[in-house]
Design a protein around this ligand. Structure first.
Ligand code: COA
Ligand code: MG
Length: 303
């Protein structure tokens, strides 16, 4: 059972690009992109009357190019459980075997557990994980209970993605820069994820032309503790990877901590001092975690 960030193998999720399944040109570009995660979208980016066509596109794409995507995690965002498309979307996802399905409009643990049950009928290896959009007032209020569902055997829940466009629409919070009035809810979701070992990704940012503003928003999300960010445009991948990835300085500090504890002088010591700073064994654990995370980033290349 994954309980803490350091106890589990890290999974780079710095950049999670949404690729509309209706857009065959976008699909054809996906395998060459340096995103940690590709979210193939059947929901908001696909018009009601185009849902079947989007499913056909996605099926064809996985059959012809799926093997080219080995470097990135593959996630399929289905339509909401109460929509008429959900059943067919989920059937398709089960057939295509992505790494995860992303459920929109999740509001309580039952939404996760019912989908997990459906998946278990055909995916007995638990290969397909569940990610959840947290994008409604009820979802924010219930974030802790939803995250706790991750500890129910067979729940498959692995990540939350914050959806601020929907949350703003439902609450009336204006889209101001700095996201001041949204921060309490975002931190609440982060805390819920951390309490139960569920990764949390920051929301999309709609303006893909101002990359300086985008980088600043990534830095804000990074400072708030998010694992990465959902993206809408390939131009956002580079800044997200850079900001959410470990900095050179952080890697250097981690190497220094590992080597200081490896020194026989540190044998039996729980606390040592490095350049005037107290360093504990929990920092050593974090350092190992960061270096392992960096190894995974380096291994993950577009194929
Ligand atoms: N995934 C893959 N490729 C993408 C892409 C995406 N999300 N967004 C754009 N591209 C490609 C375009 O196809 C284009 O390729 P080309 O030069 O080979 O034709 C290139 O990147 C440049 O695109 P650009 O012209 O700058 O953008 P656009 O006007 O074509 O598209 C959007 C802008 C916002 C409509 C488009 O980026 C998009 O649909 N994004 C995803 C939206 C989404 O998933 N929303 C739901 C989640 S909130
Ligand atoms: Mg939405």
């Amino acid at each position: 059972m994954r309980l803490t960030r350091t106890a589990r193998p890290p999974h780079p999720r710095r950049s999670a690009l949404s690729v509309p399944a209706i857009n065959t040109r976008a699909l054809s570009k996906a395998s060459g992109l340096d995103a940690d995660v590709l979210i193939f979208d059947l929901e908001d980016s696909v018009a009601e009357e185009k849902k079947a066509e989007a499913r056909d596109n996605l099926k064809r794409f996985f059959e012809t190019s799926g093997s080219l995507l080995k470097g990135a995690e593959r996630v399929i965002r289905v339509n909401a459980a109460d929509s008429s498309h959900f059943h067919r979307d989920l059937e398709l996802a089960i057939a295509l075997k992505p790494d995860a399905v992303l459920l929109p409009k999740v509001e309580n643990p039952r939404d996760i557990l019912e989908t997990a049950d459906r998946l278990s009928e055909q995916d007995d290896l638990d290969a397909i994980r569940i990610w959840a959009m947290i994008e409604t007032p009820k979802a924010v209020l219930n974030a802790g209970l939803i995250a706790e569902a991750a500890h129910t055997p067979g729940a498959r829940l692995e990540a939350f993605v914050i959806g601020l466009n929907d949350l703003r629409k439902e609450t009336g919070v204006l889209p101001e820069s700095g996201r001041t009035h949204l921060i309490p809810w975002m931190m609440q979701i982060l805390l819920a994820g951390r309490a139960y070992g569920v990764d949390v990704l920051d929301s999309v940012s709609n303006d893909f032309s101002d990359l300086d503003a985008f980088s600043a928003e990534c830095a804000q999300g990074r400072a708030m503790g998010f694992d990465g960010k959902m993206l809408i445009h390939p131009a956002q991948i580079g800044p997200a990877n850079r900001v959410f990835g470990p900095s050179e300085q952080a890697l250097e500090d981690a190497r220094q901590i590992v080597s200081a504890f490896a020194d026989p002088a540190a044998d039996g010591l729980g606390v040592i001092s490095i350049q005037g700073r107290m360093v504990e064994r929990l920092h050593l654990e974090e350092a190992h975690h960061l270096l392992a995370y960096q190894d995974l980033i380096e291994k993950r290349k577009p194929q």
